[in-house]
Design a protein around this ligand. Structure first.
Ligand code: CR1
Length: 755
């Protein structure tokens, strides 16, 4: 094994290097070290196709996985330099949005670590997801030029090119590649496709651009605004471009490894991550046809090769494209999709399971379910809801295809890297084995009765809160008190995740503080911290952000209340922010409307880092509750069965709750109070108020009272520091199940069979 020394990658003493020079030296060093480790190889390879890979910054992660972190840090320190300074310098790749994309990144880490030959396949977005900033208490979006700043990139250009034919033009792709380092193991790769003609200069202002020039804008942004037709068609262009490249790459590589294509399923497993890559199915059938394989056999080969993961039961997220869009983007797929439709029609009458509906819309998930061999949900409850209600007609046809794969997270990034204090404390007690065998964390359980250890745990949390406070102050000038309770909700902004419920709680808390006598005031201040981006065209989500920021200002201006309560919104929440925030959290808010959150993965990250969950019995919260027991989690709210029944009845009326509960009414009405209007915009605040009062589609009102009562209990229990840390310890000890190594081992065993 080569001894890697950073000094040998710089052409002057490290002390004299600029940040850019040091960063580039570190890039070269990690590239060489990864190359020396080599790549996972094998006859059969996984192709994980995904619109998002939310990989986060790579410098520290790669150094940790390659086993070079301590050494490089020491070498830098000797030269008076700090690795943290270079982490700040590195740009976070803007290649994803939320849990779906972060899951894909965790999965690649686990595949590499477990020695599975795997390739991620996606798009090399130039600006990816927008950068969020706040102005006049509102969200503004601007392009995230993550590839600029003169940095060398982790992404290397390869000589691989493919032709992708669209209806109106033909483009030549270029494949870029990012090494996926495994923990003390060989590497896998993330393959990202782009077109050389894409031109960032077509961006006009903020994130607006000319949507008609596909060759120039194809890979500019992740999820281009789909509120108009041009935006929706662009999404279809992106999807076809992604899967056509994926299919060509995969067929080439399989032939290289010895496949005669009839036996493709022995050489490749394709995982379709949500519906965005669905067109890989007809595209593979088409390409196999071009290479002389008949339609029926091609369908069978593709079915044996492909598997589909469903990540949501929200109807809006199950894509459905007009056939006319596909006709424009990829006319060559239309006869194939029609044949698949005819095939299904020939066998099943139920309208629900058809590929093309009577309005000539193509149901992407339906293609996935009929023409892949596995359909999985991402948490036990989610899979059950798919089987029993959302996809019940399919489950009746194909019970054998359905299976559950509860999500997971990589502990290398979500503890070793982001929480060095806890990593040291844990490893000091039980050794390092848990990093690749996460269930070993259970060895910590006996320490629940060790007050000295619990005090150390408390100390680690306290330090993390200080570190986070310093980062936040530097990052956006917001000052928070590390002695307060950090009550955190960070995730995409969506009504079903119910940031608005937390907001209503904060309003109620504020109103109560105004009424309390001095001797009744709470002991600990509560800092409610939100991190969330709203989709640019999602009006109500943006109104919720506006209301949160306005409330923060109202409270800040109140000399008494501000001593006991603060509401903070992190600007541009992303993986980097999450790595600072999650280790500092005391309370993990997982308050989605039961039945709506497929799994959630921040719930797992918070748990691993010793935060206590306050949540509904939804998604993976249910499994967390089973693992830690009722003393170590706070649950509230209507069950998924009750919620599903209420939707079915269709008789939910938010006003009836508003009229019965004075405190709820006061909190809702505060949204349009003079105090709020003095900070904010009447249009936004009135709209949110009316939306809640008249629609409240995600049923915050029925859960409000229980949420408030449960949260009061959480805050009361927080006062007993030792008992609280005991709960934290149980959560950490039981988090092993949520390692993505476990999830990936199950995909391998049940679906992929790579080995
Ligand atoms: C779900 O909302 C889940 C992740 C990863 C999200 C979340 O509950 O943890 O997927 N789905 O499985 C999604 O983004 C578009 O759908």
């Amino acid at each position: 094994m080569t001894e890697f020394s950073l000094a040998s990658y710089a052409n002057k003493p490290l002390a004299e290097c600029t940040e850019l020079e040091l960063f580039n030296a570190l890039l070269s060093l990690t590239k060489d070290a990864a190359a020396e480790k080599g790549y996972n190889q094998g006859k059969k390879r996984l192709y994980y196709i995904s619109a998002e890979f939310l990989i986060g910054k790579l410098l520290s992660n790669n150094l940790i996985n390659l086993g070079l972190y301590d050494q490089v840090r020491a070498e830098l320190a000797e030269a008076g330099r700090d690795l943290a300074e270079l982490e700040e310098f590195e740009n976070e790749p803007s290649l994803g949005n939320g849990g779906l994309g972060r899951l894909a990144a965790c999965f690649l880490d686990s595949c590499a670590t477990l020695g599975l030959p795997a390739s991620g396949v996606g798009l090399a977005y130039h600006c990816g997801l927008f950068r969020q900033s706040f102005d006049k208490n509102k969200q503004y979006e601007s392009p995230d030029y993550w590839l600029r700043w003169g940095q060398e990139s982790w992404m290397r250009r390869t000589p691989k090119h493919y032709t992708v034919n669209f209806g109106n033009l033909s483009v030549t792709s270029t494949m870029y590649q990012i090494d996926v380092t495994g923990y003390h193991s060989q590497c896998d790769t993330l393959n990202l496709f782009d077109v050389d003609t894409v031109d960032e200069r077509v961006i006009k202002n903020r994130i607006n651009f000319d949507k008609s020039q596909v060759a120039k804008n194809l890979t500019l942004f992740l999820y281009p605004d789909d509120s108009d037709e041009a935006g929706r068609i662009l999404r279809v262009y992106q999807e076809y471009f992604m899967v056509s490249n994926a299919a060509q790459l995969m067929l080439d590589e399989c032939v290289e490894r010895g496949s005669n294509l009839h036996d493709l399923a022995d050489y490749a497993a394709v995982q379709i991550n949500d519906t965005h890559p669905t067109m890989v199915i007809p595209e593979l059938i088409r390409l196999l046809g071009e290479r002389g394989i008949g339609f029926d056999e091609a369908v069978q080969i593709v079915r044996d090769t492909c598997a589909y993961t469903n990540h949501t039961i929200l109807a809006e997220a199950l894509e459905c494209w007009p056939l006319s869009f596909i006709e424009r983007v990829a006319p060559q797929l239309v006869p194939i999709i029609q044949q698949l439709d005819a095939f299904v029609r020939g066998q099943y009458e139920d309208d629900f399971v058809q590929v093309i509906d009577q309005w000539q819309n193509v149901h992407m998930a339906n293609i996935d379910i009929h023409f892949s061999h596995s359909v999985n949900g991402v948490a036990a409850l989610h899979t059950k809801i798919l089987e029993d209600s959302e996809l019940a007609p399919f489950y009746k046809i194909y019970p054998e295809k359905f299976n559950n794969k509860t999500n997971g997270i990589t502990f290398r990034r979500w503890m070793v890297e982001c929480n060095p204090g806890l990593n040291k404390l844990v490893s000091g007690k039980i050794g390092e084995g848990w990093k690749t065998d996460a269930e070993q964390l259970e060895q910590l359980l006996p320490l629940a009765d060790d007050p000295a250890f619990l005090a150390q745990l408390d100390q680690v949390k306290r330090t993390n809160k200080q570190t986070f406070a310093a980062w936040l102050a530097a990052h956006q000038g917001t000052v928070v008190d590390p002695d307060s309770v950090f009550d955190v909700q960070s995730k995409r902004l969506h009504e079903y995740k119910r940031q608005q419920l937390n907001l209503l709680w904060a309003i109620r808390k504020y109103q109560r503080l105004q009424m309390l006598e001095a001797d009744e005031l709470p002991k600990h201040k509560v800092t409610v911290i939100f991190g969330a981006k709203a989709a640019p065209a999602y009006t109500i989500a943006k109104d919720i952000i506006h209301a949160i920021i306005c409330l923060g200002k109202v409270i800040e201006a109140d000399p008494v209340a501000s001593k006991y309560l603060q509401v903070v919104m992190i600007e541009n929440y992303n993986v980097t922010a999450a790595q600072h925030l999650i280790p500092a959290a005391d309370i993990s808010e997982q308050i989605s409307l039961a039945s709506k959150e497929a799994s959630g993965t921040s719930n797992m990250k918070f748990m691993l880092n010793g935060a206590i969950t306050l949540g509904t019995m939804d998604g993976a919260n249910v499994e967390i509750a089973e693992l830690v027991g009722e003393d170590n989690i706070y649950t509230f709210g209507d069950s998924s069965d009750e919620v599903i029944a209420r939707y079915k009845r269709g008789d939910y009326n938010p006003r009836s709750y508003y009229e019965k509960d004075e405190e709820l009414a006061a909190a809702v009405d505060f949204l349009t109070s003079d105090a709020m209007l003095a900070q904010g915009d009447a249009t936004n605040l009135n709209r949110l108020h009316d939306e809640l009062l008249n629609k409240d589609w995600f049923m915050t009102f029925p859960d409000f009272a229980d949420y408030c009562a449960t949260k009061a209990q959480v805050l009361k229990d927080y006062e007993d520091r030792e008992a609280w840390q005991r709960k934290a310890l149980v959560n950490i000890s039981k988090a092993g199940y949520f390692s993505s190594d476990r999830t990936i081992a199950q995909y391998e065993k049940d679906i992929w069979h790579l080995r």
